[in-house]
Write a protein that binds this ligand. Structure first.
Ligand SMILES: Nc1ncnc2c1ncn2[C@@H]1O[C@H](COP(=O)(O)OP(=O)(O)OP(=O)(O)O)[C@@H](O)[C@H]1O
Ligand SMILES: [Zn+2]
Ligand SMILES: [Zn+2]
Length: 804
């Protein structure tokens, strides 16, 4: 009886979002298993797919096509991850294929190569000149040889066809190794013989002798470097059978040249001891329990993580440590590599695709026991997890913004349940959702209220920028901040200046007629980028030059609004010309490794001031930073976002944790136009508990999370009326099926109603208990298939991060 594989194919579309059946050729029956990638025929194409199940028989057995290729020798997705993908589909409304792909390094995603294949007799000239005697060529080759017009003609005559083939991008890196073939004595002889006429070869022979003694091989490159010879010399010696080349599999290791100083577990403070006790109890008894570890900045949370992981590894289990992308600094990596060395795999977006793939393989093969990584590391292919830690659990980057819209915290909790292991959510400023769950005893609350060594939290001074304006100071820097910076420079201490970029951008406006340059495709003004001297749309990527005159009235009084980091840097240098400044923003950190380089330069004292956006708020732990200035604390407060207060509080608390980590007490200066705002006042007092109480009161009053769950439904269409009609229809369909208590906000056009020439409409559901809601929404998506195929876009985003 032939076996049949159920395959999820790599076509992210509504109509193909289900398993397809394929026959397993007899020769592969023993190999193919659920979780493996295969190549299958689909329509006229060959595409990649994931086997999710194997069955004996199906109804349409006779008409089935067979699997044509196997891309893995063992499953790349475990039973656990396949099971998880089912739940992800339900919770995120994404296609199954997108969920499966999200779990693997991008290098393992399918890549297709277009081929041109001969299907009918060609003339001799065509066969030999075009196809070089072969019967197919890649599209790329045809393109580079300028053959496409000729080939198009053959296509018309039905003599060739275009086909797609799956290419496995995931390539293992190989390095060329050298091994000696002679005995020590033979080499000694040859050395003497060639000393005069080929001294270089003699030198290589000496190195080979030492390799022989140490019983080691060397890479060809290393040997060339050591003996200072070219590869030609080695090739000559290989010809004489003195040495041989072979290939060895190697990992691309971004941390190859770094030496990590070994660190030991520190004796814990009594508070640390108190919080780690119940965690270790859960580890020891394989108990699934979610802990919320709330610890002020610098309270030694990381040491608690390290010692928990150490216990887990001692028990033969593995650990996942999630860190927000921007907090995954070299320092953070060093703390884990310093404690656990080679057992640590690191995954973050700064790595190349190949490096990520290699780190993933280290985990998969069991060589790494610990992964430290950003959001997607939550899918690390460990088989026996002992703990999952989500540091800075309040960070919004844990939720993926596009499909599949999963939240890494939810995935962590799911996997913790599957593996019967504890999950630790850590933060100095827990999200309201998590803090409220701890209140309800769904999570176990653990607190670290003091900094290690009783260091005090820094003083926070709030400056009302309205007063500065009244006093005639129009710059971005309050007088007292300027003086404090000068003081630090004089003492050789360092300052960090933070520009809050949320909800804010630089744009240009005509002073004569008020014209603002907008994007032709979207409802948004273009952002000024001085580095490329262009105006860019942050939504669709449209780019144009900076206008010299007003496109509307042709006047010449164009004004630049907003304060980008570049402009602030210029201004800073005009008030404090002696300052040495390092600027860190998207523009200066675009190149790979730039982020690390800038931080290292700052740590080594090459600058007095580090000026940057949000990305510098986290993870900076340099003892010489004694002053932090927040230039505009309140840009987020004006946004129509119910989390604006929470985000502002988190950001200010985070930066307030930076200065004064050494022996000198730190200071924070916060510039704002809303000095009385509770988020700013309570951040000044480092009072999370009062902030939590106040914010919960506001959320209760406004019927927002965590009191209510939320779902955002979006429609979009090139035709505005279609988008509006559809959202209305969706609401009419669900409304009768919902309880009285549920609130429907909208429909309304999105706050940016037109993006890339599509119109967006949305509505928000706020509900307390709707057990059928997700099923209803899945059904609506299903029944909208026809419209979706004709250009409608319909998306459902549970617990959206923003209502805009
Ligand atoms: N038990 C201990 N004894 C001595 N020093 C410690 C101890 N625990 C932690 N430290 C040190 O205290 C400093 C702050 O600790 P850590 O960075 O772990 O705090 P944190 O709570 O993770 O901080 P943040 O959330 O602000 O990054 C670090 O330099 C760390 O090495
Ligand atoms: Zn645009
Ligand atoms: Zn004008």
């Amino acid at each position: 009886m032939p076996k049949i594989a159920q395959v999820i194919v790599d076509v992210p579309a509504m109509q193909t979002d289900r398993p397809f059946d394929y026959l397993i050729p007899a020769s592969w029956e023993a190999i193919i298993a659920p979780g493996m990638r295969v190549e299958v025929p689909f329509g006229s194409r060959q595409i990649q797919g994931f086997v999710i199940n194997i069955v004996e028989k199906t109804a349409f057995q006779d008409q089935l096509k067979a699997i044509i290729g196997v891309m893995d020798l063992a499953p790349v997705l475990s039973t656990e991850l396949l099971l998880l993908s089912n739940d992800m589909v339900k919770q995120t409304f994404a296609f199954k294929i997108s969920c499966l792909q999200a779990m693997l390094p991008s290098m393992m995603r399918a890549k297709y190569e277009k081929h041109l294949t001969v299907i009918d007799e060609l003339t001799e000239a065509e066969q030999f000149e075009l196809f070089k005697g072969k019967d197919s060529m890649t599209w790329k080759e045809a393109e580079s040889r300028n053959l496409l017009p000729l080939l198009a003609k053959l296509k018309k005559e039905d003599k060739i066809e275009i086909s797609y083939e799956v290419v496995n991008k995931a390539r293992v890196k190989k390095i060329k190794m050298v091994k000696p073939l002679l005995t020590f004595e033979q080499m000694e002889e040859e050395k003497e013989a060639c000393q005069k006429r080929a001294p270089k070869q003699a030198l290589v022979l000496s190195f080979l002798q030492s390799l022989l003694i140490e019983e080691k091989d060397s890479s060809s490159v290393a040997l060339q470097k050591e003996a200072n010879v070219t590869s030609a010399v080695l090739k000559q010696m290989a010809k004489k059978n003195w040495l041989a080349f072979y290939e060895k599999e190697a990992y691309r290791n971004p941390y190859q040249d770094r030496v990590f100083k070994k660190t030991q577990a520190m004796p814990l403070t009594s508070q640390q001891q108190q919080v780690i006790t119940p965690i270790l109890a859960a580890v020891n008894t394989s108990k699934n329990e979610t802990f919320l570890l709330k610890g002020v900045t610098g309270s030694g949370k990381t040491e608690v993580y390290l010692q928990t992981i150490s216990k887990v590894v001692a028990l033969g289990q593995q650990a996942i440590m999630l860190v927000p992308e921007i907090a995954l600094t070299p320092q953070m990596v060093e703390r884990f590599k310093g404690r656990f060395g080679e057992a640590v795999a690191v995954l973050h977006s700064g790595l190349s695709e190949g490096e990520k793939y290699d780190e993933w393989r280290k985990i998969e093969r069991g060589e790494a026991k610990i992964v430290v990584g950003a959001r997607s590391a939550v899918f690390a292919p460990f088989q026996n997890l002992g703990v999952i830690i989500v540091d800075e659990e309040h960070e919004s980057t844990y939720k993926q913004e596009d499909n599949p819209r999963y939240h890494a915290r939810d995935i962590a909790i799911w996997r913790g349940q599957y593996h019967d292991c504890p999950v630790i959510l850590g933060s100095a400023t827990p999200s309201l959702e998590s803090r409220a769950r701890a209140q309800k005893k769904v999570y176990t609350l653990l607190e670290l209220t003091e900094r290690v060594n009783q260091q005090q939290l820094p003083e926070v001074e709030i400056i009302d920028m309205k007063d500065e304006l009244k006093a005639g100071n129009r710059s971005s820097f309050a007088m007292s901040l300027q003086n404090k910076i000068r003081g630090r420079i004089a003492k050789g201490e360092q300052t960090v200046l933070l520009l809050n970029r949320r909800g804010y951008s630089s744009f240009i406006m005509c002073r004569d007629c008020g014209f603002v340059l907008g994007c032709p495709n979207c409802d948004i003004s273009l952002t000024l980028h001085m580095d490329t001297k262009t105006m860019k749309c942050h939504y669709c990527g449209h780019e144009e030059g900076i206008p010299r005159e007003c496109p509307s009235c042709h006047g010449h009084h164009i004004r630049y609004y907003g304060t980008g980091t570049q402009k602030v840097e210029e201004e800073l240098l005009s008030v404090i010309p002696e300052a040495r400044v390092i600027r860190m923003d998207v523009d200066t950190t675009r190149k790979k490794g730039a982020h690390e380089k800038l931080l290292a330069a700052f740590e080594q004292g090459e600058a007095d001031i580090l000026l940057g956006t949000q990305m510098i708020a986290k993870g900076l732990d340099f003892p010489n930073i004694t002053l932090v200035g927040v230039l505009n604390a309140d840009t987020a407060l004006g946004l129509p976002d119910f989390r604006a207060g929470e985000k502002t509080f988190q950001l200010l608390t985070q930066v307030s944790g930076r200065p004064g980590r050494g022996t000198i007490k730190g200071e924070v200066v916060v510039q704002t136009f809303n000095p009385e705002h509770y988020a700013i006042q309570l951040a000044k007092e480092h009072d999370y508990d009062r902030f939590y109480a106040h914010e919960m009161m506001l959320r209760h009053r406004g019927k927002y999370p965590p009191y209510y769950y939320t779902v955002l439904i979006t429609t979009s269409h090139q035709n505005e009326i279609e988008a509006a009609k559809k959202i209305q229809k969706v609401i009419e369909e669900i409304k009768p099926q919902l309880s009285e208590q549920t609130i429907i906000l909208g429909p309304t056009p999105k706050s940016i109603a037109k993006v890339n020439n599509r119109y967006y409409y949305q509505c928000i559901l706020k509900y307390k208990n709707e057990p059928n809601l997700f099923d209803i929404l899945h059904q609506i998506i299903q029944s909208s298939q026809g419209e979706i195929a004709k250009g409608l876009y319909l998306s459902v985003d549970p617990e959206p991060l923003s209502f805009m």
